[in-house]
Write a protein that binds this ligand. Structure first.
Ligand code: NAG
Length: 433
């Protein structure tokens, strides 16, 4: 009982503290994400969030549209100590105001994939020309249009692991570049804020390094078609490892001179369980913090692939906190993200290639890249009409006023992994702005 009681107090205390936080838009400055107001570097201490997996997006619901589920999960995210979540797919026709406001109140940013598994809403990696259609582009632009209106949208992923084998590497890279170009042209013309656009790469050295260079370069055929950052999915640190035995040393070396921010868009190998999350220590240490801007642990909820931190039982309206949740919470609460002074100090080292300055011009594209083909010519006419005139939204997005009563309609029981009742939601008290 004693520990349960403490658990509640911690949440209560944090929420009160977080409510006053105003969410500053994050932008990119050279190799870093920075807070646009304080100009301090921003590091992702995050989590991948897609309860229900790929099937969780449909005409009626996605993971950011249901207020009671958002309350349930955002309370626990706060308790974990995360500042960013990644969501893999949304339906832009739904209303996301409540969940986005609640995330903002909790000081949590969103990294959002613009594709969805629904038909017509993603690229076919082998024959992308069959899927790069008006309908597809309209879906992507709607996502971009809606979420650019929330200040806590940190970034978009134009694609996730689209290039992951020989055939996709032969056919799809120029389509990813075209999509980045279209998304950025759309925001420049239609959005209050141009949210950074990046790509999330599969854990495969053969493709991810050449692809990172190709997606970063400037080419006349793809206006604004250079990624603003690069996401790396990595599962190579399993169980008890070191910077060297895990191969993180080589990974860091490979991205050290990349001109844009890089972060781990997925990490947290589960080949050895329970997971220890010890990679978080080097990640926020001088070994890595001038190369990587933090990362996102895969993933919040337990799904068939067994990476979860919590187990959700919708029929019983219950959620169970698993062992990995506690370990990650401890890591996220003990390992601090680097201070601006620490970053500045590290950058001043003579052998560090990443100075804290704005690099305005990306390098010109080479004529070829190792292991990938870039000769396909996607049509740049498909998005033109929408870029010129915008897309129609079903709902006009904005933050909303949250009342404390809004928070009391939720009934989920939270259990500890040993079976005891940890707390009953809702405990989150939100006051008016
Ligand atoms: C979003 O950020 C901008 C720039 O800091 C600020 O002017 C604006 O008031 C913010 N909007 C909201 C709704 O918080």
């Amino acid at each position: 009982m004693r520990t349960n009681f403490l658990f509640i107090i911690v949440i209560f205390h944090k929420v009160i503290y977080q409510i006053t936080a105003f969410v500053h838009p994050i932008e990119i400055f050279g190799k870093f994400f920075i807070d646009s107001i304080t100009r301090e570097p921003f590091y992702l201490k995050g989590l991948d969030y897609q309860p229900g997996g790929a099937a969780a997006v449909n005409l009626k619901e996605d993971v950011l549209s249901n207020p009671s589920k958002c309350i349930r999960d955002i309370v626990l995210m706060q308790d974990l100590g995360v500042n960013t979540i990644r969501v893999y797919s949304v339906n832009p026709d739904l209303d996301h105001d409540f969940c986005m406001t609640l995330l903002a109140k909790a000081g949590i940013y969103l990294v959002l994939d613009v594709n969805s598994p629904l038909p017509g809403q993603h690229l076919n990696r082998y024959e992308p020309w069959t899927t790069y259609t008006m309908g597809y582009i309209e879906h992507v632009f709607k996502v971009v249009d809606v979420f650019s209106k929330y200040n806590n949208t940190l970034a978009y992923f134009a694609g996730n692991e689209i290039v992951n084998d020989k055939r996709s590497a032969r056919n799809s890279p120029p389509y990813v570049k075209q999509l980045i170009s279209d998304m950025k042209q759309y925001m420049i013309k239609n959005s209050p804020r141009v949210v950074p656009v990046g790509y999330s790469a599969a854990d495969d050295l053969q493709y991810r390094i050449p692809l990172s260079k190709y997606l970063e370069c400037e080419h006349g055929d793809f206006p604004h078609g250079s990624v603003d950052f690069y996401g790396v999915n990595t599962y190579q640190w399993c169980g008890h490892q070191t910077f060297e035995t895990s191969g993180y040393d080589k990974l860091t070396e490979a991205y050290r001179e990349y001109a844009k921010p890089v972060f781990f868009s997925e990490f947290g190998c589960n080949e050895v369980t329970p997971r220890l999350f010890e990679e978080i220590e080097p990640m926020f240490s001088p070994l890595m913090f001038t190369t990587f801007s933090g990362g996102l642990v895969y993933e919040y909820s337990l799904e068939p692939n067994e990476y979860g931190l919590v187990k959700i039982d919708e029929s019983k309206k219950s959620i169970t906190i698993l062992e990995d949740f506690k370990t990650l919470k401890k890591m996220y609460h003990t390992v601090n993200t680097p201070t601006p002074e620490e970053v500045a100090h590290e950058l001043a080292n003579a052998d560090n290639p990443n100075s804290f300055k704005k690099i305005t011009k990306a390098s010109e594209c080479d004529s070829e890249y190792e292991n990938i083909e870039i000769t396909k010519q996607p049509s740049n006419a498909i998005g033109k009409e929408f870029i010129e005139h915008g897309v129609d939204l079903t709902h006009s997005p904005s933050f909303i006023e949250l009342e404390s009563e809004d928070m009391h309609s939720v009934e989920y029981k939270v259990y500890d992994v040993d079976g005891g009742l940890a707390l009953i939601l809702p405990l989150l008290l939100i006051t008016k702005n």
